[in-house]
Design a protein around this ligand. Structure first.
Ligand code: TA6
Length: 282
């Protein structure tokens, strides 16, 4: 079957389904331009989406790949993770070739965003699906006549069978801000990161790719433009405090996020910025 893109209903919300080569597929929602599913040709779902995620068109959706902008987390006065993840985006481009399907959604400032954040901007999110790989690219343009600064992330929820058996390579030797330890800056000193408790870390200036080893289903993770990598797992108690997660949800996910969090990005008037995260099934 040739790659194609069609409009679908996803838990009652408008979305697009991308069918890629060799049976790969992805779903991207209109709300938040959030990638909600990515299946590789082996039929395996690679993203975690909570069974208790809320699809009311207003609340952030727990799982997939939320787009956080213009604020990462609670690092400022805006709503947590900014306001793009709950906005309705518009389709801007779609293209299919023999070995890919690509969809771009866009959004821009309006009265509602300017009430929260007074800057004119345009944002585009492009999802490109290939057989064993997805690329997500966020492009932000400053359409005003004064500079602005932002933080943000592609808040990727990766699905794992059992997080205690997973290991993340590639962060060795990097400093991270440990939100679980009062924001202390710590240097990672293990060749691989194992998850055996709550994790909420911002790794700084990561230039190497990461490798998530989860059973015999490994995933390569690479980013460009985003200097930081955030690793998050709420573990048992943290998960219990999240009403939109099932009690064992923590076990099925690990967030490995491409982020610009430590240092805000400054965009001059008329300038554009790009950040990309690539996931490759190995
Ligand atoms: O990226 C990690 C993080 O900032 C954590 O601190 C955690 O709260 C998570 O994001 C989820 O945030 P949310 O607002 O979606 O519940």
């Amino acid at each position: 079957m040739k790659p194609s893109i069609e409009s679908v209903d996803f838990n009652g919300l408008p979305a697009w389904r991308l069918d890629g080569p060799r049976g790969a597929s992805a779903v991207i929602g209109q709300m938040g331009a959030q990638t909600l599913s990515w299946r590789t040709p082996d039929g395996r779902e690679r993203l975690y989406l909570s069974e208790r995620a809320i699809f009311d068109g207003n609340a952030p959706i727990r799982g997939g790949i939320p787009v956080c902008f213009p604020q990462f987390g609670a690092l400022g006065a805006l709503p947590k993770h900014g306001f793009l993840r709950t906005r309705q985006w518009s389709p801007a481009a779609r293209r299919c070739g023999d070995d890919y399907a690509l969809m771009t959604l866009e959004t821009a400032d309006d009265e509602a965003t300017r009430r929260l954040w007074p800057h004119p901007f345009r944002a585009e999110l492009t999802l490109m699906l290939e057989a064993d790989r997805i690329d997500l690219e966020l492009c932000v343009a400053n359409t005003g006549d004064a500079p602005f600064a932002f933080t943000g992330a592609l808040h990727t929820y990766l699905r794992v069978i059992q997080v205690e058996d997973a290991a993340l390579e590639g962060l060795y030797g990097h400093d991270y801000r440990d939100a679980g330890n009062g924001g202390r800056i710590t240097r990672d000193s293990g060749p691989e990161l194992l998850v055996d408790g709550p994790l909420d870390r911002i790794y700084h200036d990561v230039r190497r790719p990461q490798l998530l080893k989860a059973g015999n289903h490994s995933l390569g993770i690479q980013s460009q433009g985003f200097p930081d990598v955030v690793v998050w797992n709420p573990w048992v108690e943290g998960c219990a405090a999240l009403p939109d997660m099932p009690p064992d949800g923590w076990r099925r996910m690990l967030c490995v996020e491409a982020a610009a969090a430590r240092q805000p990005v400054t965009l001059e008037a008329g300038e554009e910025w790009y950040g990309r995260q690539t996931l490759v099934a190995l």
